[in-house]
Write a protein that binds this ligand. Structure first.
Ligand SMILES: [Zn+2]
Ligand SMILES: [Zn+2]
Length: 555
């Protein structure tokens, strides 16, 4: 048991120990939907205190991120479960919420190599697009402010030193960037979000940097800024997949990526390119944002789909990269999100050579969209979805052991073990309940029961979170997995068509070695000499599909 659980008020009396056990037993039923483990095992419960005479329970719930989108449900479910205990008085369960400090989570082997300015930064998110003019910076900035709105500490860095747009999107009165005594740059701050951009360092001077100089400046802005304590640092990468991306990946550990695109065929092909680049850099892609995707008409108030969205490309992204509907968000064409500057910068750079480049004089855009609307706005809803998906993906990635495990069995099958949470077991019959620990009736049990009944609806609403953490064990023939390889040798990179001819794969192919790769994939060395890097999501899908096919019809 976690040491922290034994803190506070435990007098060692048998009764208190028993009540404590009861509380822990109830809390173990609460499962984190992303980490697939109960909150006691995850070490989220700190400072548990019990006051039997008042029928009161209090504890601190230490979540992985202050932007945890399900923290209200956690409180609701914990409260319902504890108030159902006979001796707990309704309204006497007190839960304080904190989140793990960046500094403590960083205290792990290898943290010596982290630049001083970044030591207290928990998660680094890269926002990328293969093309300019897709509204990438708008998405990055609004994502940062949405995370901040969700109570996280956030910084954003504009890594597009060729055409910085942060200083347009957040036009601050600024006469250069100050330094700290130990040689770090002090980020600007706006509405609680820390900002760094070349546009703040050298306003108007965008033509001076190119090639290695530009990469050096980006590295300096990321590693040489005194970010302080941050939950999230958002890096707005320049369009394309060039040197700056490599520089960023080599300078810091990026925990997740967001790819921004538009619905045209070409841009979706670009998404695949982006996914592959991040795959190679071992950075999981958490979200694809399809910007300028539809138009909500001011006259008839309906959605107008003005682009042909290629269904095959979208299906392929799901099959091969695990980018399903939850990791895909569409934003409308919305005047309020339009930022002409970014498009113009890119246009200009593509057409002329570097020397012909002239910074544009643009009127500053309004402050970030998410700060200007109320919470009923559908576009704000979309940004909340993006921020929540990103926050959940990052939290889950911190806990390595919620990944599936893969091994070969003796009979040419691969065994894929997937952590999951199953629904709670059926409630024990009333007789079993009265067999519980005998507790003196102090007159509160009646209230406790009443409260439970009052919470039935709430419990149902959060059903997903109350259950039993477990595992799904799936068996799939090794050859089926081998045939599902989507590497460049097996799948044509440009057409997406299969290049691998199944008859070439031996019937008795097996995996000789299986090694975890990054936190989202395994590398499989096959007995036919081939090597596959396979995302857990893909592996899981292949295994589940096989299991479904094995199941008799009508089951
Ligand atoms: Zn219309
Ligand atoms: Zn392959």
């Amino acid at each position: 048991m976690d040491d922290a659980l034994v803190d506070g008020g435990g007098e060692g009396q048998p009764r208190d120990d028993r009540l404590r056990e009861e509380v822990v037993h109830e809390l173990k039923k609460v499962i984190d939907p992303d980490l697939k483990k109960d909150i006691v095992t995850l070490g989220f419960i700190k400072n548990l205190k019990i006051d039997f005479t008042k029928g009161a329970v209090s504890f601190t719930l230490e979540l992985t991120t202050p932007a945890c989108p399900v923290k209200d449900q956690f409180v609701q479910v914990c409260t319902s479960l504890l108030e159902a205990l006979e001796w707990v008085t309704a309204g006497s369960v007190q839960i304080d919420i904190t989140s793990q400090k960046a500094s403590s989570s960083r205290q792990q082997p290898g943290s010596e190599g982290i630049p001083p300015g970044l030591r207290q930064v928990s998660f680094i998110i890269a926002v990328a697009s293969c093309k300019g003019g897709v509204g990438k910076s708008t998405v990055a900035v609004n994502l940062a402010y949405t995370l901040q709105h969700m109570k996280a500490k956030v910084g954003i860095i504009d890594a597009d030193v060729y055409g910085p747009s942060l200083s347009y999107l957040i036009p601050l009165q600024c006469d250069g960037v100050r330094g700290t005594p130990d040689g770090l740059m002090v980020p600007l701050e706006h509405r609680g979000v820390k900002l760094m951009s070349y546009g703040f360092i050298k306003p108007g001077d965008y033509a001076a940097l190119r090639g290695p100089l530009a990469s050096g400046m980006v590295r300096q802005m990321i590693t040489g800024t005194a970010w302080g304590e941050l939950d999230y640092l958002v890096i707005d990468l320049p369009p394309g997949t060039g040197d700056i991306h490599m520089t960023v990946a080599q300078s810091v550990r990026v925990h997740g990526a967001v790819i921004v695109t538009t619905p045209q065929q070409l841009s979706l092909v670009d998404v695949e390119k982006g996914l592959r680049v991040f795959d190679q850099l071992k950075i999981p892609t958490l979200m694809v944002v399809e910007n300028m995707s539809y138009f909500t008409c001011g006259t008839c108030h309906t959605r107008h789909e003005i682009f042909q969205r290629p269904p095959h490309t979208i299906a392929r992204l799901q099959d091969e990269y695990g980018i399903d509907r939850t990791h895909w968000c569409r934003l409308p064409i919305d005047q309020r999100l339009t930022v002409p500057q970014e498009a113009t910068h890119t246009q200009q750079r593509r057409e002329g050579d570097d020397d012909a480049y002239e910074p544009l004089e643009c009127p500053p855009a309004t402050f970030p969209f998410v700060l200007t609307v109320d919470s009923h706005d559908p576009v704000w809803e979309s940004f909340r979805q993006i921020a929540e998906t990103v926050a959940r993906g990052l939290s889950a990635s911190r806990f390595a052991d919620n990944r599936p495990r893969v091994r070969m069995t003796d009979d040419m099958m691969m065994e894929v073990t997937i952590p999951c949470a199953s629904p709670p077991p059926p409630a024990p019959p009333p007789a079993a309940v009265s067999n519980g620990p005998a507790v003196a009736d102090n007159g509160t049990s009646g209230e406790g029961q009443g409260a439970t009944n009052g919470h039935v609806g709430a419990l149902e609403a959060s059903e997903l979170m109350s259950g039993v953490a477990g595992e799904d064990v799936l068996l799939v023939p090794a050859r089926t997995v081998r045939l599902a390889c989507r590497c460049a040798e097996c799948i044509d990179e440009f057409t997406g068509k299969a290049k691998l001819q199944p008859w070439r794969v031996p019937r008795d192919v097996v995996a000789d070695r299986i090694n975890p790769t990054g936190n989202y994939a395994v590398t499989i060395h096959w007995s036919d000499g081939h090597e596959s890097i396979m995302a857990y999501a893909v592996l899981e899908r292949v295994a589940r599909k096989h299991a479904d096919q094995q199941r008799p019809k009508g089951d």
